[in-house]
Each structure stands twice: as structure tokens, then as C-alpha cells.
Design a protein around this ligand. Structure first.
Ligand SMILES: Nc1ncnc2c1ncn2[C@@H]1O[C@H](COP(=O)(O)OP(=O)(O)O)[C@@H](O)[C@H]1O
Ligand SMILES: [Mg+2]
Length: 360
């Protein structure tokens, strides 16, 4: 669990939405450098308002993991994280009993019982056995913890905001973990056999953890019941304008020419037939960052291929792009209406360079 910062105020995104603060929430998230897609953000707001978990699928590097991170940062919320992998066990993510401590407890009580009169021993041990299933012997995994924190926040006055629970790369969970999550996702509760309290969590939809589940749609197909417990959004590739916004937010020091170079280059690469693994936002942010670091304002044959390593991920793709150097260079140097008008509207010098009429 990543705790919240006790020195900063916390914001409950659900309360913010209830009071009409959708744009405020958008602004708060943008303030962290993460620029959500409009449709994506609308879907997220629906999931928040309904209390349902939000399932986001999309290609690698499309900003799935970064969204909940940005939300937790923007609103100063605690965040529990389960990273999908093969062999993940229910007891790791929900709860487990501290068997060693339970044994010690029983040994201690057996010793104590021996010192009691015979007629009291049985009742004393019965009580000790019951107490073996108390809260102090329960070890919560990240999911258990998130539901428990949410319940604790719901009990506080004034009510504290719930935590974020990120179920990352859920396509690697496998059927048994998905099944184990069905109950908490639907009821908000995790039933624990023998536990003195019976269950942990909070049933009230308003108070539940803000659950964000991501999937790369690669390893396993998610089960119908698991998907149906979510509001679903597909992270589509952003428009070039949105990508420029993201690049600028992530590389605030980038000049217009560096932003233009990065996005024209990546846009051209994505358009080359035969490129199987398309560069995502992750790669365009990295390329723009490299241009800023190396103060690159224009590219030539030698410098262009130097930056291939940021977005070419196979030998074949590298060979393919090696044959397209002239085309890629031409694309990075020529006028691109979307890119250059977007930059021209924000940078008068850029508008002058390309003779773009700025309409105010
Ligand atoms: N909309 C966005 N705004 C800002 N940064 C983004 C956005 N989408 C992706 N990124 C950045 O791209 C990189 C990859 O995102 P990540 O969330 O790790 O991808 P995924 O989990 O989908 O594979 C991160 O550095 C992230 O901050
Ligand atoms: Mg991820």
C-alpha cells in the first residue's frame, strides 16, 4: 500500500463529482502531468458515481497504469496495488491467517490452562480457540487492505476519502483470482470463514474503494462475470492533438520544434506499412524527452537512426525503418496541418515560421 501524504489535504473524487466538480477533477488530474482522454474521463466519472469498478483495456503504453497513479496523486489518496502475474494466490491479495502467531497463541494458552482448576480448563481453552480467529491474526493482502481502509474511512467523521485499488494487468490473474474478486467487486465485502467479524469491507457503493482494473488483453481472456462487474473503457490511441497535449504536459521544457519533431516522427513511423508493434504514448514521451535532453532541434540521417532505439523493438522493424530514412526525414521537416496549427495556436513564433494565420 502506498499511503497518502498526511501533510496534504485529501479530496474525495466522488464527493467532488456529486457537487458538480467534474471539470475540477479533470484539472486536478491534469495538474499531475497526466492528460486523460475526454471519453475516457467521462467513463471514469460514471464508474465513480456508480461505485462500480472501472475496467480499462488498451495496448501497452497507452496510460492505463498511469491513470490511477495520477488520480491517487491528484487527490492525495492511499493506493493499494496488485500487479498481475502467473501463480498469484488468493491469500496473497485477499487475506491470510498468521499461522505461526496462532500457534504461539494456542501454546501460551495451553500453558495457562494447565495452571487452572480442571473445571475451568475446558471453557478457557474454548475461548482461546475462538480468539485465534481475531483480527490481530489476520494478514490482509492489498485487496483486503483496500476494502478494509475504505470501511475505516467510511466510519470516520468527517468521512475520509476511500483508497484507490489498482488491479494491474488483470489478464495475468487467471480464473481463480478473478473468481475470488467477484464477491468484493459485487458486494463490497470479503467474507472470511471463522473470522470473529465475519467479513471485512463496506457495502455502501458511495464508500467503496475506487477500483481500477487494467488489462492488456494478452495473457488470458477475462471471464464474463469478472468483466460484468466493471464499467468498461477501451483506451484508444489518442488524436494527434491529444498526444501533443500529453507530450507537452510530460515534457514541459520541450520547445515547439522538439514537440513537432517527436510527434511528426512517431506519426510517420506509425504510418509505415509492415510495422507491427506501433509506438505508443510511452515511446513518444521518451523520444520528446531525449530531444530535450540532447537539445535536438532538427534531425539528419545520422541523428535520426540514433533515436530508433526508443521506439523500434525488433531487428526486423529496425531494418524496415532503416530503408525509410529519407521518407521519415521528409516527414519530420514538412508542414503537418494538425501538428503545426496546434503548435502555432500556442506559439506565435511557430505560427510565423509556417505562415499560419492565428485566429484569436
Ligand atoms: N494520457 C496521458 N497523459 C500523460 N502521460 C501519459 C498518458 N498516457 C500515457 N502516459 C505516459 O506513458 C507512459 C506509459 O503509461 P502506462 O500507464 O505505464 O501504460 P500502460 O499501463 O497502458 O502500459 C507513462 O510514463 C505514462 O505516464
Ligand atoms: Mg501498465
Amino acid at each position: 500500500m502506498i499511503p497518502h501524504d498526511p501533510d496534504r489535504p485529501q479530496i474525495d473524487p466522488r464527493s467532488l463529482l456529486r457537487t458538480g466538480g467534474e471539470r475540477d477533477l479533470y484539472g486536478l488530474i491534469c495538474g499531475t502531468g497526466y492528460v486523460p482522454g475526454e471519453q475516457v474521463f467521462e467513463d471514469f466519472c460514471e464508474s465513480l458515481k456508480s461505485g462500480r469498478a472501472w475496467l480499462i483495456s488498451g495496448t501497452r503504453g497507452s496510460g492505463k497504469t498511469a491513470f490511477p497513479e495520477a488520480l491517487a496523486q491528484a487527490c492525495n489518496l492511499a493506493m493499494c496495488v496488485v500487479a498481475g502475474r502467473d501463480g498469484l494466490k488468493q491469500e496473497e491479495i485477499l487475506y491470510d491467517w498468521d499461522r505461526e502467531e496462532q500457534e504461539v497463541w494456542m501454546r501460551e494458552n495451553l500453558a495457562l490452562a494447565k495452571g487452572l482448576p480442571d473445571c475451568e480448563q475446558l471453557a478457557f481453552l474454548d475461548e482461546a480457540r475462538k480468539m485465534k480467529w481475531r483480527r490481530q491474526f489476520l494478514i490482509l493482502g492489498e485487496v483486503g487492505l483496500a476494502y478494509d481502509l475504505a470501511a475505516e474511512a467510511a466510519r470516520s467523521t468527517p468521512r475520509n476519502p476511500p483508497p484507490v485499488l489498482l488491479l494491474d494487468e488483470s489478464d495475468k490473474f487467471g480464473a481463480s483470482i478473478e473468481d475470488a474478486l467477484l464477491m468484493p467487486l459485487e458486494r463490497g465485502l470479503i467474507y472470511i470463514p471463522r473470522y470473529e467479524g465475519g467479513c471485512i469491507g463496506v457495502a455502501d457503493w458511495e464508500c467503496r474503494p475506487i477500483v481500477i482494473t487494467t488489462s492488456n488483453d494478452l495473457r488470458h481472456k477475462l471471464s464474463g462475470p469478472f468483466i460484468s462487474r466493471h464499467i468498461f473503457t477501451r483506451f484508444a490511441n489518442p488524436t494527434l492533438e491529444k498526444e501533443l497535449e500529453i507530450l507537452r504536459a510530460r515534457n514541459p521544457k520541450a520547445s515547439s520544434s522538439q514537440l513537432a519533431l517527436a510527434i511528426k516522427l512517431l506519426d510517420a513511423v506509425r504510418g509505415i506499412a509492415g510495422m507491427e508493434d506501433h509506438p505508443s504514448i510511452r515511446e513518444s514521451i521518451d523520444v520528446a524527452g531525449a530531444f530535450v535532453r540532447d537539445s535536438v532541434e532538427s534531425l539528419d540521417h545520422a541523428s535520426l537512426s540514433r533515436f530508433f532505439c526508443y521506439f523500434v523493438k525488433t531487428g526486423d522493424a529496425r531494418e524496415l525503418l532503416g530503408l525509410q530514412l529519407d521518407y521519415l526525414l521528409a516527414m519530420t521537416h514538412s508542414f503537418h496541418p494538425t501538428v503545426d496549427c496546434w503548435l502555432g495556436a500556442r506559439d506565435p513564433e511557430w505560427a510565423m515560421k509556417w505562415n499560419i494565420a492565428i485566429t484569436l
